[in-house]
Ligand binder design. Sequence first.
Ligand code: DON
Length: 584
Amino acid sequence: SRGLGDVYKRQALALLTLTVVQGCGNESSYPESMSREKNSPTAIITAAIAVSDTYGAEASHNILNAGGNAVDAAVAAGFTLAVTFIDAGNIGGGGFMTIKMGNEIAFLDYRETAPLTAHKDMYLNEQGDVIDNITLIGGQAAGVPGTVAGFWKAHKRYGKLPWKDVMQPAIDLAANGFIPAPILVNSIHNMKNRFDGKTNFNEYFNHIASGEVFKQPELAKTLGRIAEFGADDFYRGKTAALIVEEMKRSNGLISAEDLDQYSAVWREPVRANWRDYEIISAPPPSSGGFAIVQLLKMKDYLAEHFANIDHNSAQYIHLIAEMEKRVFADRAEYLGDPDFFDIDINALINDNYVSQRAAEVNPKTISSLKSINPGLESPNTTHYSIVDQWGNAVSNTYTINWDYGSGVVVGGAGFLLNNEMDDFSAKPGVPNIFGVVGNVANEIQPGKRMLSSMSPTIVLKDGEVEMVVGTPGGSTIFTTVFQVIINILDFNMTPLEAIGATRFHHQLVPADLITYSGFSIDRPLSDRVINDLAKKGYRTQPHSFEYGDVQIIVKDGTSWIAASDPRDRGQSRVFEPTSKTRDQ
Ligand code: DON
């Protein structure tokens, strides 16, 4: 293992050509010559953001300039993306926030819950089969939203600027409008048929047009109420009433009682030492943290097999697919909402267990499905990463699940409701939209949180932030975060190279299928690799969507490098906040 410092020597050279103080774009770093405290290894004066669109980047940048900290900036970005990143940004969904604030590490779970009238077999027809699309489109697909409760709780504990100030950028963009990115306009128009005649989606969004200002007056009012009355408006006030009315029109289950009872929860994150680092990531009800730690540790137990193997070669992909099979087997059996199902996370990530799992990997051929038992055991979401000038960090992933969630807009309130109910296992062994299966641990129960793969991650070294990383992508989320960390540390890639590289994915079922993401950015797996994989018995195909939109920040000496995935519309910036406030 080695420090990241060396890895960036190449980039430091590139920086010499930079003349602007503020870097901005797909990858950005702070010119070394601008660093005032070059000789002090720990003094960081720059902040960095990697946010999934320009408006979210601008809002968090302005909040940091105004003296806000990483949590203020994260809340501002989250509300802004609820306006401008309509496909996944939200107030009608939920998510996870991993935080390092001073010496405190915290993890906030604001995942949606099943409504109180939900039950195990609610999506099955008389024959016991899952009814088509019921978990995905329309009111019944929606879980009780957690985003507003989450942002409120995070801000209450850590925010520095007034709540109204961090919400203002979002309110302005909803009221005065914004120019939508072409990728957003296209994706909304592509949804026309999916929701036509089934939900009110097209009424609200189909008139969006490239180059034209898009305003959302109802959403502006909703955000204005939340700014004034706090989370109470959403869970007990006017917005709550509008949600309940919408449920009547859309045949949904969320009641006034559901909203009143919802709460975001502080949990212990998954924490594990790995090489010289400490990995901090999402605990249940996410499977992300456990999976990333298993993958990183397993890879090191298999070091002799990985030695001298090329990045993304057939053998590399095979070894990682073998590791992933074991992770997905455990995920399906053991992971769910910890408030409903006992989960021994330490048993799943401890060194002995992971080394045993590593020993089961077959370096030569595909392990048969039967041999893998649990050991004990454009679709969208969006992620952003923020560090402030005091070294505090927020890694936040939130979602309405599939693109545009359930397609149901809360009438009069102007925001989309999630279709997160699809993340439950509607029936044991029946795959959800991400092709993953589950069992009792993730069956539907009233008030329960559905299992997630979201993995907002912070990597520490000697107690300080070394990386902040995360991505959307459903079940590909943690395999992506794992590959990005390894691309940087073991393959010497820059952050932008690491996140832009083709990635691949395997998830146990089907046993012989490898999918990859990279076809639209001209970096497919080579024909030779695909042929070599075929010789090993694998089918290889592009993933059904171009997965992942990684937003990463990596420590670079006394500053940061921030990078946004070239697959989407993200923007990263490294800058010295203009606020003169020196205290956090
Ligand atoms: O929580 C989860 O794991 C999923 N609902 C995330 C959905 C997602 O990432 C969609 N993006 N491709």
